[in-house]
Design a protein around this ligand. Structure first.
Ligand SMILES: [Zn+2]
Length: 376
């Protein structure tokens, strides 16, 4: 498995980076195996045999051998307590072919357009409430209050386009700038609401209650929301114990594992401890609500997920340092795939909620798709 080999290579080829890698991550791997009754050979082959265009392209023996030799890599971040299990059985499967991806995407587009009739968000000014200070209008979006609030300051950016998967760089930039304007407005009105949070739950699987393109915008009082506070605490602990900057070190660790992409003053990583499939993490000290380079980076990441990797349901979150000019922490931007909207099974189970996350996707596949998609 590429991930395991790459991590082994760091140790041999780059002892300094390996030291930093080891200062954050613990990695172990083990072989899980099993025995098959003869009566189950055929079925197991059909369930797990590698297929191309629907046809099995490996022999029964090859499939059974793969099943009997499942290598699992366990990666644990000793500061944040995040942990993931990568199983080679799934990671070794070929990616989605372009025709399969296009077929799935066209099914999703049909589903989205079916939901356009009677869509309240298509007429947001008529059928959604507004904040006490009114609405903030962008060129391609408008804000409104969340009718069932997550928190005291909890609003929504309604995109003008119904289809959330169709957006240009100027549209996405406008959504982000409008979010930035809303955060400033709330901060002016109530200065103890200091920490902006932006989250786009795209389509049902990602937690959206409406198909229409929209993002949640929130401001939390005096501190950020829990997950970002936990990350800040971990980063401070790391700094105290090692004298090193956590965000620089984690970027270096991913770089040594070949899981980063070069970006000016932006750290872009396919996560070693993803929350779920294809998690991308971006660190930036410049604001994604006004810095053009970050906006472009987010656009490129989302378009790659949708157009190249066939992702249709995803979460994009932006956790922010305090608006009280807090330079200690970067903006932390995350994107994660939430799976096919036509599959009735949830992508997360008890392992993800209460154990470690179980990951099927190869992080190098995500990284290569990003590297090859030169749209900006
Ligand atoms: Zn709509």
């Amino acid at each position: 498995m590429e991930l395991e080999n790459k991590i082994k290579m760091i140790k041999e080829q780059d002892p300094n980076s390996y030291k930093i890698f080891k200062s954050i991550f613990e990695v172990s791997s083990a072989l899980g195996t099993m025995r098959f009754p003869r009566s189950f050979h055929e079925k197991a082959w059909k369930y797990f045999g590698i297929r191309e265009s629907g046809k099995l392209v490996e022999s029964q023996n090859e499939t059974l051998n793969r099943l009997k030799n499942q290598r699992v890599i366990n990666i644990y971040n000793r500061w944040t307590g995040e942990g993931s299990l990568f199983n080679s059985l799934r990671a070794d499967r070929p990616g989605m072919k372009s025709e399969e991806r296009d077929k799935e995407l066209s099914g999703v587009y049909d589903y989205i357009s079916d939901k356009a009739s009677g869509c309240d968000f298509c007429q947001a000014e008529k059928y959604t409430p507004e904040d006490v200070f009114g609405r903030i209008r962008g060129k391609h979006c408008i804000t409104g209050s969340n009718i069932a609030k997550y928190d005291a300051w909890s609003s929504i950016i309604f995109y003008k386009r119904h289809n959330p998967l169709e957006f240009s760089l100027s549209e996405l930039s406008d959504y982000l700038e409008t979010a930035g304007n809303w955060f400033e407005q709330v901060f002016r009105q109530e200065p103890h609401y200091t920490h902006p949070f932006f989250v786009w739950n795209c389509l049902d699987k990602a937690g959206a209650s409406q198909v229409h393109g929209h993002a949640q915008i929130l401001m939390s009082k005096n501190r950020a929301y829990a997950k970002f506070e936990a990350l800040k605490r971990a980063a401070r602990m790391y700094q105290d114990k090692t004298g090193k900057n956590y965000f620089q070190s984690i970027h270096l660790a991913h770089e040594a594992a070949g899981l980063t992409i070069e970006g000016d003053e932006i750290g872009i990583m396919a996560s070693l401890t993803p929350l779920k499939e294809k998690e991308l993490v971006i660190y930036s000290y410049n604001s994604p609500f006004d810095d053009n380079m970050i906006k472009k980076t987010i656009f490129w990441a989302l378009r790659t997920y949708i157009d190249q990797l066939g992702v249709t349901s995803f979460n994009l979150s932006i956790s922010c340092p305090s608006l009280n000019k807090d330079q200690e922490f970067p903006f932390v931007i995350k994107v994660v795939d939430r799976g096919n909207i036509f599959k009735s099974t949830a992508d997360m189970g008890g392992m993800e909620l209460y154990g470690s996350t179980v990951i099927a996707d190869d992080p190098y596949r995500v990284l290569n798709a990003l590297k090859n998609n030169k749209i900006i």
